[in-house]
Design a protein around this ligand. Structure first.
Ligand code: DL6
Length: 753
């Protein structure tokens, strides 16, 4: 692809490139990429993958697409020659708001890898007009506002396909928008296909509020991702949304299969569906419905076809995150689907001897994951430990029924986005030291040969400094926060959830604050950075955000402590922020309660960017630890086996842990009088009492060991040579976590594209 920006500028605007502003240049570049992508043919193959997901956290696309097309450096140079900075232009792009956390970002990494490997596979989801929400901090608390990203986006292309979706009592029409998905160095493409409501009404959403009329179903289905489900109306809306998504997806799948020559009896030869978490699991009864009601199949044959084309990925062992819907809700939303689900349940009971533990419908409740396991041909976990827990404990009765369906597919991340785009300095060092093959092979192990090479270690160090400078500028411009140049950067960025234990890091901060007050001055400043959103209905998670913001303000105002300790909570943490913060990190905080984090993917991004991990042996941390070896990672905490035992035997006594003197001091600090006066007393009391009496995710169990380990990390950081080597080993071993590897495994074991 050849780009002449000067000519384009003259042709479009009648002005030289030098005179255009950054926003105009951004739009011009987006147009150029989009027009070029429109000419690229799709990846072809008889069997096509449909990756169904409620979330696709794709991030900004311009830089990534320029990299995929191999024109990034050229565009940068042309802009520089005209006095422009591509970095400033990139900042003009609005980030799409189509995802929440790791689940959605994984889907985005997968799309990149599927396209890069040249496999025929599209993502299918919904075109949320206001995304999850835009997070603001008001009075040291999270406020949720609509994230109206659609106004200024340039990637969606209207597709001519449109369907009708019938709900109980009313019918809606859909529209389809596509975003082209380019692969690295490829001349072919895939698409992200986003369904929208023809009758969607943005005016239902008030300015600055995410409270909208949940009853206006024919107008609101594509307004928000994960609308508040704390009441019946909210829960019902989610079922409507999910059915809208899968009905469109199923119609698209059948349509395209027929276009490509299927007679539908051979549908599994033409299509494979990956159900990403349970949200799209109603695609199973919907495919059956279409085959029976529209295409005249016998029920049994329809079921047998669907069973050979649907696979399910489990992303959580948290019982509350495994969706279960009242059968009555399904009857309201889509009566025919409820009927089919009941038939699927009966069929399963007939096949497996009516075991309630694995039933699809039990006590009037539909277990979505159970349906996906019985009627899918594959179920996978997302890290080795997670899959083992599914097999041995959480889904054990299913494993006994279908051991052959279970497999592990450890998550991965795309190196194009997470080094080439996010960390050009490191990317450049890798090019110089290893040559450019790593960009496609993702094999960085050659770096190990330079573990004792001062020049290479110094270059990696320079790359880290450059990333830190970029992050400092970003945090100053977007958050108004100044970070000391020599600070150790310690980061925990992820959805705010008790099991991820941001509250445990908050307790460490309290400990460190008191320690500095006691005169123990650290060797250099420590900046602890948080980022993440809390579900608006998740009260304790909101309380944790409040505590972090309060600590941040409290410490910043303390003249004794603030030169040595700083707490930053990034407002509206998103992919663009992640791209600035992760490359700059020294310490990667992965401190979930062992057994609770299915995999984690930020752990992989940090490692790839040279941070050293401080972690529990949970999710993919276990695999990182195995790869890098004990001397290059810091692990602590109660083992997943012991945690499972404590839960099973109801043996965790939070209050006993709270009463330990060192621990009580830290927890009580949350509700100290000065905090209560400065912050929100209700939130602080609630959080304090929750930790002192309940502490469901056992932060108090591990806090002392965590503090000790973290102090060791900080001390070890001062041995700069040893630390640089640790960092190098982490980068060198990160190849195992390329999403290209993960996608190859999905393809070889499950999709067979
Ligand atoms: O598999 C992607 C991602 C994992 O890395 C995280 O460990 C896991 O929490 C997340 N799962 C979800 C689903 N629900 N919950 N909780 O977001 O998936």
């Amino acid at each position: 692809m050849k780009i002449d920006l000067e000519a384009r500028s003259q042709e479009k605007f009648g002005r030289p490139l030098a005179e255009l502003d950054d926003t105009t240049i951004c739009t011009m570049l987006e147009d150029i990429v989009r027009e070029h992508a429109a000419t690229m043919p799709l990846n072809e193959g008889k069997r096509r993958l449909y990756y169904l997901s409620a979330e696709f956290l794709i991030g900004r696309l311009l830089t990534n697409n320029l990299i995929e097309l191999g024109v990034y450096d050229d565009v940068k140079a042309q802009l520089a020659a005209a006095g422009h900075d591509l970095g400033a232009v990139e900042e003009r792009e609005v980030e799409p708001s189509l995802g929440n956390g790791g689940l959605g970002r994984l889907a985005a990494c997968f799309l990149d890898s599927i396209a890069t490997l040249g496999l025929p596979g599209d993502g299918v989801g919904l075109n949320y007009h206001y995304g999850l929400f835009h997070q603001r901090f008001v009075d040291l608390q999270q406020a949720a506002e609509p994230d109206g990203w659609l106004d200024r986006q340039d990637w969606l292309v209207k597709d001519e396909k449109a369907y009708t979706v019938e709900f109980g009592g009313f019918t809606v029409k859909s529209r389809l928008y596509d975003i082209d998905v380019l692969g690295y160095g490829r001349t072919t493409k895939n698409r992200l296909r986003l369904f929208d409501l023809e009758s969607v009404d943005d005016s239902l959403v008030p300015v600055n509020s995410i409270d909208f009329d949940k009853g206006e179903l024919a107008k609101n289905l594509t307004l928000f991702l994960y609308p508040d489900d704390s009441d019946d109306a909210g829960r019902l809306l989610r079922v409507y949304q999910e059915y809208f998504m899968v009905s469109n997806a199923a119609q698209l799948i059948l349509d395209e299969a027929v276009e490509r020559g299927s007679n539908l009896h051979d549908l599994p030869d033409y299509a494979v569906v990956q159900i990403n978490d349970t949200h799209p699991s109603m695609v199973i009864p919907e495919l059956v419905r279409l085959l029976v009601d529209v295409h005249g199949f016998e029920f049994d044959e329809a079921v047998s076809v669907v069973r050979r084309m649907v696979a399910y990925t489990n992303h959580t062992i948290l019982a509350e995150a495994l969706e279960k819907w009242p059968l009555e809700s399904l009857k309201t939303v889509a009566p025919r689907i409820a009927e089919i689900v009941v038939k699927l349940d009966e069929l399963e009971r007939a096949e497996n001897g009516s075991n309630d533990a694995v039933a699809i419908v039990r006590d009037g409740v539909v277990h979505m994951a159970h349906m996906a396991i019985h009627y899918g041909f594959s179920i996978n976990g997302v890290a080795a430990l997670h899959t083992k827990i599914l097999e041995d404990t959480e889904l054990h009765p299913f494993y006994e029924l279908y051991p052959e369906k279970f497999s592990n597919k450890t998550n991965g991340i795309t190196f194009r986005r997470w080094i080439m785009d996010a960390n050009p300095a490191l990317s450049g060092v890798l090019d110089d030291v290893l040559g450019t093959d790593w960009r496609t092979s993702c094999d960085l192990s050659g770096l190990l040969a330079f573990k004792d090479d001062d020049a290479v270690l110094a270059r990696l160090d320079d790359a880290k400094s450059e990333a830190k400078a970029g992050m400092r500028e970003f945090l100053w411009e977007t958050q108004g926060v100044r970070i000391p140049e020599d600070a150790i950067i310690d980061v925990q960025v992820k959805r705010i959830h008790e099991y991820k234990r941001q509250q445990m890091l908050a307790l460490y901060i309290i400990w460190k604050y008191l320690d500095i007050k006691n005169g123990n001055i650290p060797a250099r400043p420590l900046t602890i950075i948080f980022g993440g959103k809390a579900a608006p209905a998740y009260t304790i998670a909101q309380d944790i955000i409040h505590l972090i913001l309060l600590l941040s303000r409290w410490i910043a105002a303390d003249p004794v402590v603030s030169p040595h300790l700083q707490v930053v909570m990034i407002e509206n943490y998103n992919v663009s922020a992640a791209e600035r913060v992760i490359p700059a990190a020294d310490i990667s905080e992965q401190i979930s309660l062992a057994s609770k984090e299915a995999s984690g993917t930020s752990n992989m991004k940090f490692m790839l960017n040279g941070a050293v991990t401080l972690c529990t042996l949970d999710g993919a941390n276990v695999e990182i630890a195995d790869l890098v070896g004990d001397e290059n990672i810091y692990t602590f905490g109660t083992s997943s086996k012991e945690v499972e035992r404590l839960y099973a035997e109801h043996a965790y006594d939070a209050h006993a842990h709270y009463l330990r003197p060192g621990v009580k001091l830290l927890v009580d600090f949350i509700a100290n009088p000065a905090f209560l006066a400065l912050g929100n007393a209700e939130r602080l009391h609630r959080l304090h009492d929750d930790m002192a009496w309940k502490d469901w995710f056992m932060a108090l169990l591990d806090i002392e060991e965590y503090i000790q380990k973290k102090e060791q990390v900080l001390a070890d950081y001062e041995n700069r040579d040893a630390w640089r080597k640790k960092s190098l080993v982490n980068i060198a071993k990160a190849g195992a976590f390329s999403s290209d590897r993960t996608i190859r495994q999905y393809n070889e074991d499950i999709w067979h594209l």
